[in-house]
Design a protein around this ligand. Structure first.
Ligand code: AMP
Length: 287
């Protein structure tokens, strides 16, 4: 349960004071977001609320993880609705800084570099993306000092990288993964779904169809090549999308599994629909 009215702070000085006030309250959890909150974020907040005594949400559209041609300027920022959702979810403290507060005088000079894991998959078309993500996640972990931090499986590569950063750089925070929340038609919830026209949304459903086809094939005992082929058929059947990658990989290294692999794996897909990039993935077990 939350303990009294939600506090909203915008500066690091205020955050430090508010965080100090949570001292002695037990377990502190953080949920980091870029706002435009939906029920996927709601699920992270709900699970965090259940496990923690105090719940911090951060809302910050991090310029460092956007390339110059990407959607930073048009990224939705419905502040009032976001704060209402946080309040309903029992958030104790919202940290909602502006860019100058997070990057005084411009972008951070020293950053967290993700290595190989940041260059594959999403890192192909977005080679500086995960450096921006890890740098802001590191900053927000230092500022909020949580025992628990909740991340969505929706961004599987981000989750794997955050886990590696926390392990490799000895952050004292447990990372908790939350399964993907979907709309009734199967589409993975995303703030960027707001960009889709009705027709683009229909095309975009090919991603979740591909995930389901692959999951069924795996459940039927098929090996990696047949599982991938089942997903590929669904994607190829949809003319309105351009696939960036389809990969069946180890969940922590994100390296492609071999044709003979048995055991857990993750199927990852990314595709463009018009000017919007969509991601989806699912854990599955082979063999
Ligand atoms: P974002 O605001 O898109 O940066 O996402 C903030 C957090 O919410 C990240 O940990 C995401 O993985 C997670 N998230 C976003 N969409 C979903 C979803 N559909 N299901 C589960 N988690 C999600």
């Amino acid at each position: 349960m939350s303990n009294g009215p939600m506090r909203v702070v915008r500066t690091i000085a205020e955050l430090k004071q508010a965080r100090a006030d949570l001292e002695g309250r037990g377990t502190v959890a953080v949920v980091m977001t870029m706002g435009a909150l939906h029920s996927g974020h709601g699920e992270l907040l709900a699970q965090a609320r259940q496990r923690a005594d105090a719940l911090i949400a951060t809302i910050f559209v991090n310029p460092l993880q956007f390339a110059p041609h990407e959607d930073l300027a048009r990224y939705p920022r419905p502040v009032e609705a976001d704060l209402a959702l946080c309040e309903q979810a029992g958030v104790d403290l919202v940290f909602m800084p502006d860019e100058e507060e997070m990057y005084p005088g411009g972008e951070a000079l020293v950053r967290v570099t993700p290595g190989h894991l940041g260059q594959i998959l999403e890192g192909g078309p977005r080679p500086t993306h995960f450096e921006g993500v890890l740098t802001v996640v590191a900053k927000l972990l230092h500022l909020t000092r949580p025992q628990l931090a909740f991340f969505g499986q929706k961004d599987a590569q981000q989750l794997a990288l955050v886990r590696r950063m926390v392990a490799d750089l000895n952050f004292d925070t447990e990372i908790v993964a939350v399964p993907i929340v979907r709309d009734e038609d199967g589409m993975a919830k995303s703030s960027r779904n707001a960009y889709l026209s009705a027709q683009e949304r229909t095309s975009g459903l090919a991603l979740s169809r591909a995930i389901r086809a692959a999951t069924s094939a795996a459940e039927a005992g098929e090996r990696a090549p047949a599982v991938l082929a089942a997903a590929r058929r669904e994607l190829d059947a949809e003319e309105g999308i351009a696939v960036d990658y389809l990969s069946l990989a180890d969940a922590s290294t994100l390296r492609e599994v071999s044709a003979e692999h048995s055991g857990p794996a993750v199927l990852l897909v990314a595709a463009r629909v018009g000017s919007t990039r969509l991601l989806d993935n699912a854990p599955l077990v082979l063999g």
